[in-house]
Design a protein around this ligand. Structure first.
Ligand SMILES: C[S@@+](CC[C@H](N)C(=O)[O-])C[C@H]1O[C@@H](n2cnc3c(N)ncnc32)[C@H](O)[C@@H]1O
Length: 174
């Protein structure tokens, strides 16, 4: 293969990655993965239990969904707007043998209609996205749902628990 072909292929890959990052950012938040040790802290703080349903809004590579299913035996659903990350997440779920307990759906978080099924909702988006989502969450989540947001808060809601060091905020509708 000629050097110029390689250059064009690399440029194409770079463009696809940049476009997918920007599009996701435009819709709600760019992709910034949460380190696994923080994922575990978040799920502990949300008191996720075996058999409960977790929904990760903006699932990225599916790490929260995978961890929730693998370590907590939860039914975990991710929602992701980037088709490539969604494919990758489902690929990981499949090779880890977790298809029965976990999946990532290629959907826009503003358009899903299954929030009422969640016992725990995790989010790591943006402040403006949380604010845009807050009405949907208030209207559609069940009263006992625990909502845990990384870094960004819901200023109009009463905070139940906070980990100021890691910037985790837990809310319950109750
Ligand atoms: C900061 S990352 C968090 C990923 C993962 N939850 C984690 O903590 O590792 C935010 C993710 O939300 C996705 N996202 C942004 N806007 C979205 C939307 N409107 N609907 C679904 N996913 C969205 C992005 O593509 C990105 O993967």
């Amino acid at each position: 293969m000629q050097n110029f072909d390689l250059f064009l292929i690399s440029l194409g890959i770079l463009l696809i990655i940049t476009a997918s990052w920007s599009i996701a950012g435009y819709f709600g938040a760019p992709w910034l993965p949460t380190p696994l040790w923080k994922v575990d802290k978040m799920l502990k703080m949300a008191e996720l239990k075996k058999g409960e349903t977790l929904i990760d809004l903006g699932a990225g590579d599916g790490r929260i969904v995978i961890w929730a299913a693998l370590r907590y035996k939860a039914n975990a659903i991710g929602v992701e707007i980037d088709p490539l990350r969604c494919l990758w997440a489902n690929f990981l779920i499949t090779i880890l043998g977790l298809r029965k307990y976990a999946r990532v759906e290629y959907k826009n978080i503003y358009e899903i209609d299954f929030l009422h099924t969640a016992d725990v909702i995790t989010l790591y988006l943006l402040q403006s996205t949380n604010e845009k989502l807050s009405e949907k969450l208030s209207m559609e989540c069940k009263p006992s749902a625990r909502i845990i947001s990384r870094t960004f808060s819901f200023p109009k809601w009463a905070l139940q628990k906070e980990d100021a060091r890691n910037k985790f905020y837990v809310y319950e509708k109750k």
